[in-house]
Design a protein around this ligand. Structure first.
Ligand code: SF4
Length: 289
């Protein structure tokens, strides 16, 4: 079900220093996400989304952003894509991400986008405009294997389409890379898989890969994930239950070794482990006196 809603506010401050994504502000244009990744953390009870299969569309998001952004005195990267993919299929109809980029370009703020969709290529022209300040696009790729990705992220475009989009944006001069997260225990935690993600990223013009060698699991998220494991990967659930019980942070077995191997691969390929940093322009004292 798709339902239009009016949000009260849009931009949230990111507290503390965000060393990985480098965000100062964050916003979400949708609640719920049709990509339906089986491991999605946004299903957790704490986020208060009744049924994550529904998509709530914040139709007044552009108006809110146009009002809130010019009031921000500190320029810093604005992130989107943490709770719902801004380029989910509903975006084709509503164009909220496009309108948000127009506003961000007009205000001269940097933007950091996380997505699993090649739809982001639609907005390459605007990303180029925003990139006069900074526009970074990070594609989440848990595996380059399209068949496996389809089982894990059934509503998202194939990993190969995300990689093709990465190449297109890289060719337009947009900084691009990959979020390799989560790395799912017993599913995507092989050296071959994480190496392939890094190699495909480099081959498609990416300059960074941000890894997380494990996953989170809590309440409703765990229930959904286990139900989908039973459907898609029979027998695997018991391995998870034995190893992790009720734990929230679930590190991949052999995660330390995996991280070491991965770091060597990234060093060989020249890939960073974080998004490009935003350097705020230095205003020379007295320049405008
Ligand atoms: S794309 Fe992100 S927000 Fe959407 S279902 Fe997947 S993990 Fe959740």
């Amino acid at each position: 079900m798709i339902r239009e809603i009016q949000a009260k506010t849009l931009l949230a401050h990111v507290r503390g220093e965000d060393r990985v994504f480098g965000l100062k502000y964050n916003f979400n244009l949708y609640r719920g996400c049709p990509h339906q990744c089986i491991y999605c953390d946004s299903r957790s009870l704490c986020y208060g989304i009744e049924d994550f299969r529904d998509v709530l569309v914040k139709v007044n998001a552009p108006a809110l952003l146009a009002n809130e952004l010019p009031r921000k005195r500190v320029k810093g990267p604005i992130g989107t894509g943490s709770m719902s993919d801004p380029y989910n299929p509903v975006e084709r109809r509503y164009g909220l991400a496009r309108r948000a980029l127009e506003i961000i370009a007009g205000c001269g703020f940097p933007v950091h986008i996380i997505t699993k969709s090649d739809l982001v290529v639609r907005d390459a022209d605007l990303l180029c405009q925003v990139n006069r300040t900074q526009a970074v696009v990070c594609f989440t790729i848990t595996t380059p294997d399209d068949a496996l990705a389809r089982l894990l992220e059934p509503g998202a475009p194939p990993a190969s389409a995300r990689l093709a989009a990465m190449r297109t944006l890289a060719d337009r001069g947009i900084p691009v890379g990959t979020a390799l997260m989560p790395v799912l225990p017993f599913l995507t935690d092989s050296e071959e898989n994480v190496t392939a993600v890094a190699e495909e990223t480099a081959a498609h013009g990416g300059s960074f890969v941000i890894p997380w060698f494990g996953m989170s699991m809590r309440d409703r998220q765990r229930e959904w994930f286990y139900r989908e494991l039973d459907r898609r990967f029979p027998g695997l659930r018991s391995q998870y239950e034995r190893r992790y019980g009720e734990r929230y942070e679930c590190a991949a077995p052999g995660g330390l070794r995996l991280a070491q191997v991965f770091a060597l691969v990234c060093a060989r390929l020249g890939l960073a482990d974080h998004m490009p940093e935003y350097q705020a322009p230095v205003i020379q004292p007295g320049l405008f006196n």
